[in-house]
Design a protein around this ligand. Sequence first.
Ligand SMILES: *Cc1c(COP(=O)(O)O)cnc(C)c1O
Length: 364
Amino acid sequence: MMKRVYNFAAGPAALPEPVLKKLQEDIFNYKGSGMGVMEISHRSKEFDQIAEESESRLRKILDISDEYYTLFLNDGASKQFSVAPLNLKRGKASADYIQTGHWSQRAMDEAKNILNVRIAASTKDVNYTRVPTQQEISVDPGAAYLYYTANETIGGLEYPYTPDSAGLPIVSDMSSNFLSKPIDIKKHGLIFASAQKNFGPSSFCIAIIRKDLTGHAPAGTPKLDDYAVQAKEGSRFNTPNTLAWYTADLVFEWIREQGGLEAINERNRAKSQMLYDYIDKSTLYANPIQKSSRSRMNVPFTLKTQNKELDKTFVEEAKNAGLTNLEGHRSIGGMRASIYNAMPIEGVKALVEFMKQFEEKHHT
Ligand SMILES: *Cc1c(COP(=O)(O)O)cnc(C)c1O
């Protein structure tokens, strides 16, 4: 079998190897049924068990109380940019958004079709090099909710704290740091996350929603987009992405085996620290983000002196060394290393080692 590489893709991203190996078996013959897991009915006993098991595992990992529904939804997080305001508007005229870069902007652009978007805080004036402090967030008490992007995947920003909203429901897009650390669920009204960063294949999403915030979608809302309908139907109003759902179940079990989110968090902290420490003391590379706002999941870096040719050489030589998908996002260039849960510490060590050798060859 061909050797696997260290894959630093931002998403779809690497999955834990034990999960992939288990999937290989189960795609062919699920639990001795003679059928693959994506060949069984979403209404079968076998799938009932997957649905129940995955939900209880997720609830355990994140310590989710009965006040919340956990929904497994088709489509990625981008779908929630309009589904969330539709469900949570509840007769209000506006919602408060915190503007921190690409993904919060995308969410605001979609929400504008449904309600007035008010900016509760923004770090645009400092080029999105940090998240706002709590003091900088000014909440409108009449707004439907306060929205923040927990981790800006492209900019490489992550909140080191959970914003407070003075009582408004808080909505968070956690697509790129979901399950990377413990979450204070009770502070949130709605959390959503697409699967392809940290827990499965693309076009699949989890929403954790406080029960009292459901049941208010306006008349005419497509049934699939109504959280109350999805909750009532156990996320199986129509045929869900059963393979993605099962993959998520395996990833939840893998997280438990790793020691849960405290242990995962500690490993993610150590991985990102190693990379940032090296970048900060190097003479060749730079990361523009203020230290306290740096993402533990996505580490963008550039050459101190811009040189697009050398960027290309870096990415190519890294690939030859078994370190793939290090090119930066098309909107900012440079390089980016995404180091989600499935990236082992050895992968980050190998990257730092490669960066050192590259620096020795190319320092000026
Ligand atoms: C990847 C990502 C999205 C978009 O997810 P899709 O599944 O492509 O819709 C949204 N928000 C954040 C923070 C992301 O990282």
